[in-house]
Design a protein around this ligand. Structure first.
Ligand SMILES: *[C@@H]1O[C@H](CO)[C@@H](O)[C@H](O)[C@H]1NC(C)=O
Ligand SMILES: *[C@@H]1O[C@H](CO)[C@@H](O)[C@H](O)[C@H]1NC(C)=O
Ligand SMILES: *[C@@H]1O[C@H](CO)[C@@H](O)[C@H](O)[C@H]1NC(C)=O
Ligand SMILES: *[C@@H]1O[C@H](CO)[C@@H](O)[C@H](O)[C@H]1NC(C)=O
Ligand SMILES: *[C@@H]1O[C@H](CO)[C@@H](O)[C@H](O)[C@H]1NC(C)=O
Ligand SMILES: *[C@@H]1O[C@H](CO)[C@@H](O)[C@H](O)[C@H]1NC(C)=O
Ligand SMILES: *[C@@H]1O[C@H](CO)[C@@H](O)[C@H](O)[C@H]1NC(C)=O
Ligand SMILES: *[C@@H]1O[C@H](CO)[C@@H](O)[C@H](O)[C@H]1NC(C)=O
Ligand SMILES: *[C@@H]1O[C@H](CO)[C@@H](O)[C@H](O)[C@H]1NC(C)=O
Ligand SMILES: *[C@@H]1O[C@H](CO)[C@@H](O)[C@H](O)[C@H]1NC(C)=O
Length: 329
């Protein structure tokens, strides 16, 4: 018996293929991908003589042993990874998670073949130098729950079709060079994803349709949005974090706004918001408030958390007064 075990062990050692779990088609696809990515050092563990289920950056499904996850990232952002996403990515049809992260020399457009990866639930291509537009074919990836294309070099407008992603929980398009307006269709996302669109060059009004969304977090800061943002508020909303800072041209009467009791963080700095701070703000459990650099007037209501913020939350308005600012005259 001992001898048999030793024999088995020997067989396994001499011929790893016997115990290999990896699907041969997936192995071929990964080796092709490695070649198409110019053999980066990050993928050095992708050795054709070993089981691809053991390779770094990939995960096999525990039952089917198909490759379900590929996450290539370099926390140092210094590896010699220099490539575009190749069409051969589509040869991994069972992928549910695909991630390219912190790869400054990953360039070129978002590869159209990604549209064939219909099992994807998680797609993150961030902190790379991906350029071109946010493609509308992403709307075909119906099972996506998470889409992150932040910190890239993307330009052009946001495709309205993205709102067809009815399972999406979060959409990150922040820190690109996107232009045009926020699509009206974004009010019709079935799943009310959290929206992160900051640090772009988006312009126009915030669509009134966003009134329909029950989102938790929205960041539209550092764009060129104008007009009314009060549709994001209202007593029946569920929003907790709202950042509209540094749009410069958002202008609405804050006195008329009713805040939801869920609100914990509100940043409106550097806009043209007018009116005064509603008394109702004292009833909220605010952890962060910044209304500096607007056109607000009148007394800061006394109570709740409002006096726990320092003057920098309130400075540079038309005529705000009262603690923590100097008393009203
Ligand atoms: C990256 O480095 C590895 C190992 O040093 C080398 O085999 C590969 O050709 C390099 N790739 C590029 C694109 O420079
Ligand atoms: C990226 O490419 C540039 C120019 O080809 C090169 O100078 C730089 O070292 C590369 N950076 C990394 C992290 O590979
Ligand atoms: C994009 O490339 C530029 C220069 O080639 C580099 O400075 C920048 O850090 C890169 N962006 C990212 C997000 O890696
Ligand atoms: C999408 O998700 C649903 C529910 O989890 C699942 O039944 C379906 O097979 C998935 N579709 C694809 C293409 O993965
Ligand atoms: C960023 O995109 C612009 C065009 O939109 C292009 O000219 C530039 O080379 C891109 N930068 C990098 C580092 O890829
Ligand atoms: C942003 O877009 C406006 C026009 O809407 C343009 O005037 C401005 O130069 C753009 N800014 C940047 C940083 O691209
Ligand atoms: C909140 O109430 C407004 C006005 O009554 C309504 O139009 C809107 O659809 C409601 N929003 C939600 C998220 O229920
Ligand atoms: C938002 O929540 C309200 C109340 O819970 C519900 O009636 C409405 O359908 C929800 N809307 C969306 C878009 O999920
Ligand atoms: C803002 O709204 C309040 C309450 O409706 C109103 O009294 C005030 O005159 C408005 N302020 C401006 C500048 O329109
Ligand atoms: C509020 O915003 C202003 C302007 O950006 C900034 O100087 C200040 O530090 C911010 N206040 C807080 C409490 O973050």
């Amino acid at each position: 018996m001992a001898c048999l075990v030793r024999l088995c062990l020997l067989l396994v050692l001499v011929s790893p293929a016997l115990s290999e779990l990896c699907n041969p088609a997936d192995k071929r696809a990964l080796l092709r991908l490695k070649k198409d990515l110019n053999n980066p050092y990050l993928l050095a563990s992708w050795n054709p003589n070993t089981d691809c289920c053991d390779w770094y950056t990939v995960t096999c499904d525990s039952k089917t042993h198909r490759i379900v996850s590929l996450t290539i990232f370099d926390s140092t952002a210094r590896s010699n990874f220099s490539a575009q996403i190749p069409p051969s990515i589509a040869n991994l049809p069972y992928l549910q998670t695909l991630e390219f992260h912190k790869l400054p020399n990953l360039t070129g457009p978002l590869q159209p073949a990604i549209a064939k990866l219909t099992h994807l639930t998680f797609l993150r291509i961030s902190w790379t130098n991906l350029s071109g537009s946010v493609p509308s074919f992403l709307a075909q990836l119906k099972n996506l729950t998470f889409l992150d294309l932040s910190f890239n070099n993307l330009s052009g407008t946001i495709p309205p079709s993205l709102s067809q992603l009815s399972n999406l929980n979060a959409l990150h398009l922040d820190r690109n060079h996107l232009t045009g307006s926020i699509p009206e269709s974004f009010g019709y996302f079935k799943s009310s994803p959290d929206l992160y669109l900051s640090h772009n060059n988006l312009s126009g009004h915030i669509p009134h349709s966003l009134n329909n969304l029950n989102l938790t977090s929205i960041d539209l800061s550092r764009n060129n949005l104008e007009g009314d943002a009060s549709v994001l508020f209202g007593s029946n909303k569920t929003v907790q974090i709202v950042d509209l800072s540094r749009n410069h041209e958002l202008a609405f009467n804050l006195s008329k706004v009713v805040f939801p009791s869920s609100l914990t963080s509100l940043d409106l700095n550097h806009n043209k918001v007018y009116g005064g701070l509603p008394q109702q703000l004292t009833e909220l459990n605010l952890q962060y408030l910044n209304v500096s650099y607007n056109r607000l007037c009148g007394q800061i209501p006394v109570g709740g958390k409002l006096q726990s913020f320092d003057i920098y939350s309130y400075l540079h308005n038309k005529c705000l007064c009262g603690s923590p600012l100097p008393p009203c005259k």
